[in-house]
Design a protein around this ligand. Structure first.
Ligand code: UDX
Length: 439
């Protein structure tokens, strides 16, 4: 099939290359010339395991191209909308500017019978609105909502092997046609028996925000338990293991620590609350405000813990921060809890050196006043405390004995409950973690 993908950010670029991998002829469109130049040259504009290879493979097949001109989307049977929906400045609501711009540019090229497929995370009601607009301006065009659930760090795997497909379709006779087109797009994925939910627009839109709200709630639940563990002397890691053995609860997303960040969870729960308010259903989601609060409190607590181990004062203390990305295997620093803590420490008088395997460049741009080092050893040279704030494999596997040689004081704060406490304490380190007793 001929496919266009509007928006070549994280989602769009991975989606375009993946669709080409499935055998389609794909053109990715974006207004950002630098991004398009990178993609055309086979360079991934962001860090994502497996994406570089997939991109090069798809380009070499001749089935994938990129362009800044939406006219190149003309003639495609399916047009995916993959633009970002960031949080509005100073408000909780999602900013739909890029979705509107994508829709307007598609109006220039779309023909009756062609299908527009929204993948962006949008407030419920957006798809119906867009369907009305396309129906009016290009009678006979079709619209579906097909949310994505990809995680950074696993984007390629999640796109090519999703755990479910959700098709939001309109009522009426077009539904069957749309389902058939989407089944053809995803034929190899459908053939493996991937569960599929065919539903209305509103449900499809809500599946995404509900899923992210549930995940955020699960993380904040265990972090609330961590607060209680700190008050009682209980151990949140063992607590998570023990409750996680219950199948109904499950151990995934019960890792207590610095909490969630990134470009999705924080803004999606806020956008969801804002939309619920507009719909007069804000009470239903007031608990998400608490989820957000618990999450933010963890960052403050981490700074307090650092102050505690630094004998009550951060002034002039040398602190090494291991990890800047919002999670491992990513160079994304959007709302990164790690960088947030690093910046707070710096603002409170500490001398902070940050290291990260992938996110230093992005971090330096946002926080030029922090010091940066290429390796944990460099960052920790003569440090009064080491904070592990993103659980990169490299940091989880650090040898506490050798690493102890470079620091001034062997104090480690495990912000992600990711280190082997016994090994670190055996090597003479003072070990502190959120929700666990001092080791
Ligand atoms: C998320 C959703 O998982 C994905 O389905 C959706 O499409 C986009 O948003 P992502 O933002 O890539 O994906 O990150 P995710 O792996 O969900 O992690 C989010 C944050 O939660 C990270 O900061 C991570 O460190 C934190 N987290 C995760 C925890 O603090 N504890 C956990 O147990 C799991």
């Amino acid at each position: 099939m001929r496919i266009s993908v509007i928006g070549c950010g994280y989602l769009g670029a991975v989606h375009a290359a993946s669709m080409a991998e499935l055998g389609h002829e794909v053109v990715g469109i974006d207004v950002d010339e630098r991004k398009i130049a990178d993609l055309c040259a086979g360079r991934a504009p962001f860090y994502e395991p497996d994406f570089g290879e997939l991109l090069q493979h798809s380009l070499a097949s001749g089935r994938l191209s990129f362009s800044t001109d939406v006219a190149d989307a003309a003639g495609a049977q399916v047009h995916f909308v993959c633009v970002g929906t960031p949080q509005k400045h100073g408000e909780y609501a999602a900013d739909l500017r890029f979705v509107q711009a994508a829709a307007e540019s598609l109006l220039q090229v779309i023909e009756p019978g062609e299908l527009v497929v929204g993948k962006s995370t949008v407030p419920v009601g957006t798809a119906a609105e867009l369907a009305r607009m396309f129906g009016e301006k290009v009678p006979g065009s079709l619209l579906a909502w097909n949310p994505e659930f990809l995680r950074e760090g696993f984007a390629v795997r999640d796109t090519l092997h999703p755990d479910r497909l959700v098709y939001g379709v309109p009522d009426g006779p077009d539904a069957e046609t749309i389902v058939a087109v989407l089944d053809e797009v995803y034929a190899p994925i459908v053939a493996t028996g991937t569960p599929k939910v065919v539903t209305d627009y509103a449900t499809a839109e809500m599946v995404k925000t509900a899923a992210n709200s549930f995940l955020a709630t699960k993380i904040s639940f265990i972090n609330a338990m961590a607060e209680l563990c700190e008050a009682t002397g209980a151990d949140v890691k063992q607590l998570a293991d023990a409750i996680g053995f219950d199948d109904r609860i499950g151990r995934k997303f019960l890792n207590a620590g610095l909490g969630f960040g990134g470009g999705c969870l924080p803004k999606d729960i806020r956008g969801f609350m804002a939309r619920a308010g507009e719909l007069g259903a804000d009470q239903a989601l007031t608990f998400l405000r608490e989820v957000d609060n618990i999450n933010m409190r963890r960052r403050i607590r981490m700074v307090e813990l650092a102050r505690e181990v630094c004998d009550g004062s951060l002034l002039g203390k040398h602190i090494a921060v291991l990890g800047a990305a919002f999670k491992p295997d990513s160079d994304d620093i959007r709302d990164s809890p790690a960088l947030n803590v690093a910046a707070q420490l710096q603002l409170q008088g500490a001398v902070v050196t940050v290291t990260d395997p992938a996110a230093i460049e992005n971090s330096r741009r946002q926080w030029p006043q922090l010091d940066y080092a290429a390796t944990p050893e460099e960052a920790a040279e003569r440090a009064d405390a080491v904070l592990v704030l993103t659980e990169w494999r490299q940091y989880r596997e650090l040898d506490p004995v050798a690493f102890g040689e470079v620091v001034a004081r062997k104090r480690v704060l495990d912000g992600r409950n990711a280190l082997d406490r016994e090994a670190w304490t055996a090597a003479g380190w003072t070990y502190r973690a959120l929700g666990r007793r001092a080791g």
